[in-house]
Design a protein around this ligand. Structure first.
Ligand code: NAP
Length: 341
């Protein structure tokens, strides 16, 4: 009996649907709704990507103060080094913070050769030790005679692996470099940045998060989570301090040693392109992907239904994981062969 009733209700539902759907006006309405939805998506992607062409850079040195300093963490290589170079070109004196003195000295020489009027100070700090008491206070003390107008929280570490295989030490390092460094650098320098802000002169904080902050990422789960921490801390502070220019940068792939200097393509840009493009957004927005290639990808991924998005990310990241493992195995074999010779 129950069977008969459910068959009956199913067939009547089908016939009602067929009758309603065959109605010409309904078909038209559905078509127009679909068309409007697709056009809206195309428009929103195009307007975001096009905004990259029309956004111009503010005169940063007059906005933040002539003769002021930008402090950059993770400044010996990659994106941090490029920010140091490009900010020096715009007239900022630079504090370079990282762990390798030799590499930092080379960056200082590069900057002062290109821009002889720019002063550079080096602060050696290994952020793997940043949970130690007094770590951040020492950086503050070593720079407390300088008018720091820009803090750039860039230092970071990446990790791609199945989570149950990640060594404890790696987890500790990623959390220290990606979360604690930003949280405490900001806390330590914020009072100085606030104190120097006037009606005419502003201060800024740039936080290098990642596009990985925008969705959960299988195999890149820890990194994505730390970058979401970075994004939320940055955006929360930006709302709390409207008189400061606080911006979270969410790049996709940038060809640096962190990602094995990937080859350039439609998804990958150089540090130079990313930094030049990001600086145009300083003082104009609280968060950006920085470069149009990454904005395009972010908008495309954001428009996918969640199940499709996660499936796509999982497949792509699994392939990347296999490539990384193959690279690590090759490096270990080469090192072993070298030590036996
Ligand atoms: N590259 C990308 O595709 C990409 C995408 C999205 C977000 N990001 C983010 O961008 C930031 C910079 O990445 P990157 O690609 O420029 O990386 P990178 O080329 O590996 O450079 C990292 C910088 O951080 C320094 N550093 C590493 N560990 C340190 C430690 N324990 N103490 C002090 N300094 C340390 C490095 O110094 P050494 O020279 O001594 O190693 C180097 O100066 C990171 O926060 C990263 O998550 C990168």
């Amino acid at each position: 009996m129950g069977h008969f009733l459910s068959d009956l209700s199913l067939s009547s539902a089908k016939s009602i649907f067929n009758r309603v759907y065959s109605h010409e006006n309904l078909q038209k309405a559905l078509f127009l709704t679909g068309l409007a939805y697709a056009s809206w998506n195309i428009l929103s992607v195009s307007s975001k990507v096009l905004s990259y062409a029309f956004t111009t850079e503010t005169n940063l040195i007059s906005r933040y103060g002539v003769d002021s300093w930008a402090l950059v963490t993770g400044a010996s290589d990659g994106i941090g080094k490029e920010f140091a170079l490009q900010l020096a070109r715009r007239g900022f004196n630079i504090v370079l913070v990282a762990r390798n003195e030799e590499k930092l000295s080379a960056v200082r020489t590069e900057i002062t050769t290109l821009y002889p009027n720019i002063r550079v100070r080096i602060v050696i700090a290994d952020f793997s030790n940043c949970a130690e008491e007094g770590f951040f206070e020492r950086i503050e003390r070593e720079t407390n005679d300088l008018d720091i107008s820009i803090l750039l929280n860039n230092v970071g570490d990446a990790c791609i692996e199945e989570y149950h295989l990640v060594p404890y030490e790696k987890i500790r390092n990623v959390v220290l470099l990606n979360c604690l460094s930003q949280a405490l650098m900001t806390r330590v320098f914020l009072p100085r940045l606030i104190a120097r802000t006037t009606n005419r002169i502003r201060s800024a904080i740039l936080d290098v998060s990642s596009m990985a902050s925008e969705q959960p990422r299988p195999y890149l789960q820890l990194y994505a989570a730390t970058k979401t921490f970075s994004l939320f801390l940055s955006e929360g502070l930006a709302h709390e301090h409207p008189n400061l220019d606080i911006i979270s940068l969410k790049p996709g792939f940038i060809a640096t040693k962190m990602i094995g200097n990937k080859k350039l393509d439609m998804k990958v840009c150089t540090s130079e392109q990313f930094v030049a493009s990001s600086l145009r957004y300083l003082g104009k927005t609280r968060a950006t992907n920085g470069h149009w290639k990454h904005q395009y990808l972010s908008t495309f991924l954001g428009a996918l239904p969640e199940s499709m998005l996660i499936k796509r990310l999982k497949t792509n990241l699994y392939i990347t994981l296999q490539e990384v493992r193959a690279g690590q195995a090759a490096a270990a074999n080469a090192a072993a062969a070298k030590s036996t010779n």
